[in-house]
Design a protein around this ligand. Structure first.
Ligand code: SAH
Ligand code: SF4
Ligand code: F3S
Length: 450
């Protein structure tokens, strides 16, 4: 922790959306620490609140405005220090709707996009001097990563590490290429230094993050270029770490070397989130996904050949414009064929400025709801079956924290299942062999195998 240099002010960050926002929130807290802000769990007694927002679906974006409504009174009231409170909106809604935020909630002090949070200290200084909101939604030429302080927050047993940001794919439904900008990969040396640092701070598992993480193409330590497979091998060679994961991947960017890494690197967990969105080639084409359902099947086949115990997770969108009953049936067929251990599924949500929002034959909400319910029932069943098949097996569990009961710890299996078992607190941060014994509502019970 960086010591607070000023008068113990409190900062509350509320994080929405994906893991990259979780990573960004931790970095924003570190950028503000030298100004005297210490993290706080509650907004009520905070001197500054940052909403780190998500624009991916309409519901996610609307949440921000209702939260801003709730914070209006908080913002107007003076805290114990007598100083003005600061309200900031960061993340993807800020990037996409900066001016609209200031129009709908004029009491907001700072609106900043995901690429400018290294400039937060200047913005705070400006906001305390001037009336009216400070807006910074540039895509600066200098990558923010070059200007962020060394990671100093203890991440816990599992840590996120952003290695790549932005997206050049332009799926027709998606806002990410607009909110996060063009693809950028951090140099491998900076990533390796950060991984070492996270390990020193207590992390045993690192999840490499990117909006399109397997499009990673970064400068290698020797000046050449590395893809994600090479980066994974280098992270695996660092001392002290037990596990590596990466997310989120695009099916088109699963290359031979990444598949080989799944075969060769035991620390790379056999669980992969590989969004497919739809099982219909017509819909995939209209989505501009750049792959067919056959390509996806083939990629999964090759991954499973390299790592037979690999389990899969995915994202699905139902009710994309023009999606017919036959298209939807193709999605169900793909799900049945592949078999997913876990998945996320959503109703298509038209996003302003994206090509799909202007497409004809938008699907009525009632149809979307029906399809979503049917798909989710199937995915739930597959998840239950997958978990049930793990009962009786011995799996390595990385213990992360105390459980609800005395003497109980909670950890993760290779498949990200939450597992609780009796174990001493000293086992936090270690991997133990655990026999899984019973399925619970949100976690699986197990016994440490001596
Ligand atoms: N980079 C990741 C996706 C990030 S967004 C990838 O390429 O898969 C996470 C998920 O949100 C997407 O996979 C998609 O399923 C969903 N999503 C994105 N835009 C959406 C929209 N307009 N409506 C509904 N779901 C959407
Ligand atoms: Fe969005 Fe597609 Fe890029 Fe994923 S690959 S972030 S879904 S545009
Ligand atoms: Fe949401 Fe932005 Fe992540 S739109 S999903 S917070 S990249």
């Amino acid at each position: 922790m960086i010591a607070s240099r000023a008068s113990g002010k409190k900062l509350h960050i509320k994080t929405y959306g994906c893991q990259m926002n979780v990573y960004d929130s931790a970095r924003m807290a570190e950028v503000l620490a030298p100004l005297g802000y210490a993290p706080s769990d509650s907004a009520e007694d905070a001197d500054m609140v940052i909403l780190n927002t998500c624009h991916i679906r309409e519901k996610a974006a609307e949440k921000v405005y209702s939260e801003l409504g709730r914070l209006k009174r908080w913002h107007g009231a003076k805290p114990a220090s007598g100083e003005r409170r600061i309200l900031a909106v960061a993340g993807c809604v800020a990037q996409a709707e900066g001016a609209e935020i200031l129009a709908r909630a004029p009491y907001v002090d700072i609106v900043l996009g995901p690429q400018t949070y290294h400039r937060l200290p200047e913005m705070v200084a400006k906001a305390t001097r001037q009336a009216g909101g400070v807006l910074d939604t540039d895509f600066p030429v200098e990558p923010k990563f070059d200007y962020l302080p060394t990671v100093s927050t203890a991440p816990g047993v599992g840590a996120f590490l952003s290695v790549q940001e932005g997206c050049d794919k332009f799926c027709t439904f998606c806002v990410v290429p607009y909110t996060r900008g063009a693809e950028y990969s951090r140099p491998a040396a900076a990533i390796l230094a950060e991984a070492r640092r996270l390990n020193e701070l207590g992390a045993r598992e690192i999840t490499l993050l990117g909006q399109n993480v397997n499009a990673y193409r970064g400068v290698a330590p020797d000046g050449g270029a590395w893809g994600l497979g090479e980066l994974i091998r280098a992270v695996a060679a660092l001392p002290g770490l037990a596990r590596i994961r990466y997310t989120t991947s695009h099916p088109c960017d699963v290359d031979d070397d990444l598949i080989a890494a799944h075969r060769d690197v035991p620390m790379l967990m056999p669980f992969l989130h590989l969004p497919v969105q739809s099982g219909s080639d017509r819909v995939l084409e209209a989505m501009n996904r750049r792959h067919t359902s056959h390509d996806y099947r083939r990629t999964v086949e090759r991954l499973r050949a390299a790592r037979p115990d690999l389990a899969l997770s995915s994202d699905f969108i139902v009710g994309f414009p023009g999606e017919s009953e036959a298209d939807f049936a193709a999605t169900l067929a793909l799900v049945r064929e592949i078999g997913f251990a876990q998945a996320f599924s959503f109703k298509y949500s038209p996003r302003p400025g994206t090509p799909a929002a202007a497409m004809p034959r938008q699907v009525p909400d009632a149809v979307k709801a029906e399809r979503l319910a049917e798909l989710q029932a199937l995915l739930r069943e597959q998840q239950r079956d997958f978990n049930a098949a793990c009962i009786g097996r011995e799996l390595p569990v990385l213990f992360e924290r105390q459980g609800r009961h005395d003497g109980q710890l909670v950890g993760r299996s290779p498949y990200l299942q939450a597992v609780h078992a009796e174990a001493p607190a000293a086992a936090i941060g270690t991997v133990a062999k655990v026999r899984l014994t019973a399925l619970g509502a949100n976690s699986i019970a197990g016994e440490v195998v001596a």
